[in-house]
Design a protein around this ligand. Structure first.
Ligand code: FAD
Length: 292
């Protein structure tokens, strides 16, 4: 891997930010604070997740609508097949289109109990079916998910890449990756996708980790490996959130600089509804407020 010290500022990068629907008023305040802080960085788009099984359907919609109405940002609404009939999904999509929301992140979703996924009997079974359904409704801009370390349900890595290609061939224009920690894994995945004929951008999903214990638990379920060096970096910091945050920013910034030095130009940040670390990492990548 190439990492000249000035690499990150060698080429301009584009960024996008992901938020989730908050559960409480206090969390809602934090969300809008983060949105306002990151807005001047003029991201390509910002996306809002959709709770497993549609649990946040209305809140996702409200936040996406408010971003479109009250900010200069371009929102993208996540939408999942899980737990919905095709008719329900189509109604949600039409409402977005009628409101002028043009970008959907189309996903399969998981079963709410995280057990074996079973498609809704009248639903879209997989993300590729949702992409096709959305394109039948209107000419949405569609992003889909990609898995540098292979989706846990996939019979093989090759099958999973073929699944990604089918989603793009069905009308998606970019993929956003599951978070990962080893940049070499992402770059190898990018190369395998290119070899499979995928030409659409694949945005690395960057998760600045502040709560290491939580991320370690969560990573097992989504198939992300947590390298030993990360465990070493966070060792002894369980009761020291301030140092954890500095370490988190350092790790994520370094990850981004390695990716940038190796040709990656688009970065998607899992903000967890907090702006400060992401703002600093964007700054390191050469992203500056629009007015500056
Ligand atoms: P798919 O692309 O449908 O793939 C799912 C699995 O099925 C893969 O293993 C694939 O190889 C396999 N597969 C595909 N077609 C077939 C077939 N015909 N037969 C057998 N196997 C098949 N979840 C949420 O609930 N809400 C969100 O907002 C959300 N946002 C996300 C954003 C990103 C960027 C990412 C990476 C994930 C997100 N997720 C979200 C999680 C996602 O819903 C899960 O990872 C889910 O398990 C897979 O979704 P997918 O769209 O990748 O599915």
């Amino acid at each position: 891997l190439e990492l000249p010290i000035a690499a990150a500022v060698r080429r301009p990068v584009r960024v996008s930010f992901e938020f989730f629907p908050p559960k409480t008023d206090k969390m809602e305040e934090a969300l809008w604070e983060a949105v306002r802080r990151l807005e001047p960085l003029a991201p390509d788009f910002v996306s809002v997740t959709y709770g497993a099984g549609g649990g946040t359907r209305d809140r996702t919609h409200e936040i996406v609508s408010r971003i479109a109405r009250d900010t200069a940002l371009r929102p993208a609404a996540h939408l999942t097949c899980a737990g919905h009939s095709r008719g329900e999904i189509d109604d949600i999509a039409r409402r977005y289109w009628d409101e002028g929301i043009r970008h959907i992140v189309a996903l399969r979703g998981d079963s709410p109990d995280r057990g074996t996924y079973v498609p809704h009997p009248q639903g879209y079974a997989y993300a590729v079916d949702l992409v096709e359904g959305l394109k039948r409704i209107a000419d949405f801009e569609i992003s889909v998910a990609a898995y540098p370390e292979t989706h846990p349900d996939a019979p093989s890595a090759a099958f999973d890449i073929d699944n990604l290609k089918r989603k793009l061939d069905a009308g998606a224009t970019r993929a956003i990756s599951q978070y990962f920690f080893d940049p070499a894994l992402f770059l190898a995945f990018r190369d395998r996708c290119a070899a499979a004929g995928i030409t659409a951008p694949i945005l690395p999903g960057i998760l600045p980790v502040t709560n290491f214990a939580q991320v370690k638990r969560f990573s097992d379920a989504c198939g992300t490996s947590v390298p030993g060096w990360m465990a070493d970096l966070f060792e002894g910091l369980d009761d020291d959130p301030e140092t954890r945050r500095l370490v988190a920013a350092t790790v994520a910034a370094q990850q981004c600089r390695i990716l940038s030095a190796n040709g990656i130009e688009d970065f998607h940040f899992y903000t967890l509804n907090r702006a400060d670390l992401v703002y600093a990492i964007c700054h390191i990548l050469g992203v500056r407020p629009k007015s500056a």
